[in-house]
Design a protein around this ligand. Sequence first.
Ligand SMILES: [Zn+2]
Length: 297
Amino acid sequence: MTTPAHRPPPDVRVHRQPGDGWVECACGHRHWGLNGAAGLLLWRSGPAGTEIVLQHRALWSHHGGTWGLPGGAITDGESPRAGAVREAAEEAGLPTAAVRLRADRTLVHPDWSYTTVLAEAVAPVQPAVTDPESLEVRWAGLEELDHLELLPAFADALPELRTMLRRLVLVVDAANVVGSRPDGWWRDRRGATARLRDHLAHLAREGVAASAVGLPGTSWLPDVVLVTEGAARGVPAVDGVSVVSADGSGDDALVTVVRRLMGDPANDVVVTTADRELVARVEDLGARAVGPRVVRH
Ligand SMILES: [Zn+2]
């Protein structure tokens, strides 16, 4: 392991911080980042198809000259998500406010881990080289990935990552989920629905396990639409959870929401309900359904 490609970064590295350093991993390789490492996969869908931000790695760096994602070592006490966003701001000028986290995928080694954080650009973003770790950072169409020399670990992860350039939208049948557990909700339907909403806001911030919603990767941070009816109507929206109050049938309102969401191919629409008739209706529209357990607190 004395080839030039394995040299540590030279002094031009401008943001030394706790967590920088090599790990000798039991897998037989050494990896950068004492607390593990993380990278940001920022995507946008436009008229030319889906594009992602790629970094052309500085020649002195590990696998220099290849293309990968902005990212780096996680600092002490930092989450992989926060680390990926910070590194992307430092290395590629990606403004935090324009980055909406959507999902992540963690590759676990015996002594190290790497988390790819997938995010959607929700405002115009012009990537720029902002430190010596990059030769270039720019938007690239997915078809370009077949022609660029990619960082080997990124190339390995790419088949799965390509299926994750989407947003999870959870559409929650409030009456069904609240009614699925006999906890006294019938005494205060609205209060029970507000508690469900607050738990959904927590899931929107922290994420749901990918396996629970049948998606690739490790976890997903959903957009949530809570559909209420009857006595639960009027529960206000909160950050991360929008609320649709049905005037009549909650099922009809939910189907209308799903039909609208299915119009955007970047949406992966998952409905939480145990109502079989409703499941059939949303599956007819191309959405998927999961049981209430996924969103119950
Ligand atoms: Zn390893």
